[in-house]
Design a protein around this ligand. Sequence first.
Ligand code: SAM
Ligand code: DTB
Ligand code: SF4
Length: 331
Amino acid sequence: MTDLVQPIRHDWTLDEIKALFAKSFNDLLFQAQTTHRRYFDPNAVQISSLLSIKTGACPEDCSYCPQSAKYDTGLERERLMPLEDVRQAALNAKNNGASRFCMGAAWRNPTDKNLDKVIEMIGVVKDLDLETCVTLGMLTRPQTKKLKAAGLDYYNHNLDTSPEYYKEIITTRTYQDRLDTLENVRAENINVCCGGIIGMGETDLDRAALLQQLANLPEHPQSVPINLLVQVENTPLYGTETLDPIEFARTIAVARIIMPKSTVRLSAGRNDMSEEMQALCFLAGANSIFYGDKLLTTPNPEENEDLALFEKLGINASAKLRQDSKETAAA
Ligand code: SAM
Ligand code: DTB
Ligand code: SF4
């Protein structure tokens, strides 16, 4: 192992992470790409499609989110989607080439009744031979047990930002609440999908501290979504100064270096990114995207644009990124 490729560690100090961010960009990208090639096929990118199964009217106050009931973003409040509509959306995603289907609900946490309905949805998606992921808010241990029994492959629950900046962004649940849910998911051996949002007006130090939190979890999340804030009118973060694209690429590179075996997803925000910037993010070690013309409520690039970009870059859409992973075991 060269010292460019770091072992799996859970004791990253903030100074070490800051030192990675401070490297010359070429050196940082070289290290990230070298790390990436140690564990992954460098030309394979996993693609997941998203569906909002319950949109809007969320009681939480996440200041980035168009689905919070506290902000008037013009979203219609919707009820939980009927099972047949979910099946149809998953079938479309599969026919378009997605390997994983992620369902999101605008809840603080699911009620047990709602969880049973989501479990039926997981069943119909699995019957289509797609990997399943859900993001439903906070979960108790009995709820994670039920999801495991239903065969759920991934649970998405983000830390969003650094512990320090967190209170500027959300007041209705704590950082510790998030860590507790992640622990419940891990305890059932469900793959963890956990990352954050950058471009929310946080400092360089906050970005380093978010990555430190992720890398120092007891296990690295199997999937790490790095979202660029999608600015939605009438949310408190609308009008935040936009993040320098080079800083975004650096964040992907540092995530790749310190969580070498995790899938790093270039997540929300691609609609505002040039092809060159996305190519830079793949070079920095991103190896997953959200695929399909809609995220949960906001636009994402059209499928044909993504396929054309993959073609130009010689990237293959692939469900299998590496041999030795818990992820492939779950697939
Ligand atoms: N309500 C559940 C929760 O918050 O855990 C699940 C759905 S929530 C929309 C899932 C994640 O989407 C959030 O944790 C956040 O990281 C991301 N997200 C929401 N709004 C976003 C935005 N405007 N830009 C980027 N990411 C966003
Ligand atoms: C994640 O990290 N990003 C996705 C997913 N997990 C559920 C959500 C992005 C949402 C962007 C804003 C919207 O479309 O509502
Ligand atoms: Fe609700 Fe999730 Fe949006 Fe926060 S991020 S307001 S919890 S839907």
